[in-house]
Write a protein that binds this ligand. Structure first.
Ligand SMILES: C[S@@+](CC[C@H](N)C(=O)[O-])C[C@H]1O[C@@H](n2cnc3c(N)ncnc32)[C@H](O)[C@@H]1O
Length: 160
């Protein structure tokens, strides 16, 4: 039984590396700073691509911002649903590969990916965006050849 559980754990956390960044949570200080950089208002829409354990969604929803998290790891989806339960009116967590999703018109997006995915992310946002302005904060990794609006420690703010 324990070995089956460990196998599920191993598969859940390792398969993700073929599609994006492995799990590493944003720390409290950067979480607060990312939320301040995005500066979203009540009723706006926030997306987190690779939402991990849901800590960013939970903090954002406290400002009455509607949030959608996309997470590939099913265990993290379950954990984040528990963590975000009290804010469920504002938070949707999808068990999904965000590369395959058509993203809704969002006001803000947060990512903590890897360097090698930043160009692909930029193209995805460009392809799907309309006239609606989007703010994007990336933890640790810059978008190649795109000028950021602001930098705060390891966080980069971009506008589309
Ligand atoms: C570095 S962690 C960041 C987690 C969270 N955003 C945070 O800052 O605390 C990256 C997360 O993205 C998820 N992930 C990676 N590639 C993904 C994909 N293609 N679709 C959905 N989730 C993905 C991983 O499972 C992991 O939880």
């Amino acid at each position: 039984m324990l070995s089956v559980f460990l196998l599920i754990l191993f598969v859940s956390f390792s398969v993700v590396i073929f599609f994006g960044a492995p799990y590493l949570p944003t720390l409290k200080k950067e979480k607060i700073e990312a939320i301040a950089l995005l500066d979203l208002r009540k009723g706006e829409l926030f997306l987190e691509l690779g939402s991990g354990d849901g800590r960013m969604l939970k903090a954002m929803a406290k400002n009455q911002v509607f949030c959608i998290g996309y997470e590939l790891n099913p265990l993290l989806v379950l954990i984040s649903k528990v963590i975000c339960w009290r804010q469920r009116e504002y938070i949707t967590i999808k068990w999904a590969n965000f590369w395959n999703e058509k993203l809704p018109n969002a006001d803000g997006i947060y990512v903590f990916l890897l360097d090698k995915y930043m160009e692909k992310l930029n193209s995805k946002i460009f392809k799907q965006k309309n006239s609606h302005p989007i703010k994007l904060v990336s933890y640790a990794f810059e978008i190649p050849k795109k000028k950021y609006e602001k930098k705060k420690g390891p966080l980069y703010l971009y506008k589309y």
